[in-house]
Design a protein around this ligand. Structure first.
Ligand SMILES: C[S@@+](CC[C@H](N)C(=O)[O-])C[C@H]1O[C@@H](n2cnc3c(N)ncnc32)[C@H](O)[C@@H]1O
Length: 247
């Protein structure tokens, strides 16, 4: 893989695994190591590995979510308004970087559950985030919520971080409830998690958000990335505006 800092081996038996079970072998000076694709901490620790590997799988989601948000903001006459964004599940900052390039950002604040993500963002994209929190919003303290509230966010973005044991429905709702009415919300989610067969709770959460007044502006199915076998993995991009708290 061009530009990749380590040698990557994809054994044949990895090509038929479910998305959250996929793994690869990396070869470093210390020898061979098995790394699950969802072991983000290990990916972030090796400079360039996350960006290059997901690029090789044709990952489109940061671009698709940011562009869809930008287009909807433009339609709503918002292209000149400064945005204060919470980037939930920010990782090493790909999304934050795109937001700062595409929108008039007054502040982009990152939040991730693992310290390796903040360390990688500070290493790879030190100019992007006004602040970066390492916490889980599933069960936040009042102090944490007060601290986040002072940013007066008017936009919530979360890319490739919902479901699969990553950001829970409660953490997402707690982030959503940090926003005032009219705030912009942009995220993506695997298509299956919005279907009737969903058991992650996101399908139910989406219905509740809509009942509670979420104004859905765009929802579109697209190819998030390729699996290790080269098959497309489909997600929905969803962009809308908050209109009432969620419970
Ligand atoms: C696939 S990465 C996406 C990173 C970034 N949004 C991007 O598109 O490049 C998923 C990220 O969600 C983070 N994450 C998982 N559970 C989380 C939680 N409960 N709260 C915040 N972040 C979480 C992971 O640590 C990881 O950095």
């Amino acid at each position: 893989m061009d530009g990749c800092p380590v040698e990557i081996v994809i054994p044949e038996k990895c090509r038929n695994l479910d998305q959250n079970e996929e793994w690869i072998k990396i070869v470093t000076d210390d020898g061979e190591e098995i790394v699950r694709l969802h072991d983000y901490g290990r990916f972030y620790e090796i400079p360039g590995l996350y960006d290059n590997f997901y690029k090789s799988l044709n990952c489109q989601s940061p671009r698709v979510v940011c562009e869809t948000l930008k287009n909807q903001m433009a339609r709503g006459g918002w292209q000149k308004q400064p945005v204060r964004v919470l980037d939930l599940g920010a990782g090493n900052g790909q999304v934050g970087e795109m937001l700062t390039r595409q929108l008039d950002c007054e502040a982009v604040v990152g939040l991730d559950i693992i310290a390796e993500a903040r360390e990688a963002a500070e290493r790879d994209r030190p100019e992007v985030y006004a602040d970066y929190y390492v916490m889980d919003l599933a069960n936040p303290t009042d102090e944490a919520l007060n601290d986040l509230s002072r940013w007066n966010f008017n936009t919530l973005v979360t890319v490739a971080a919902l479901g699969f044991g990553d950001i829970s429905t409660q953490a997402f709702i707690n982030a959503y409830n940090l926003l005032p009415d009219d705030a912009w919300v942009a995220f993506n989610i695997k298509d299956r998690f919005l279907s009737d067969a969903d058991d992650t709770g996101f399908s139910e959460t989406m219905k509740k958000l809509l009942n509670d007044g979420f104004e859905l502006l765009e929802s579109r199915r697209y190819c998030h990335r390729l699996s290790l076998a080269g098959n497309p993995l489909y997600y929905y991009v969803i962009v809308g505006r908050k209109n009432g708290a969620a419970d």
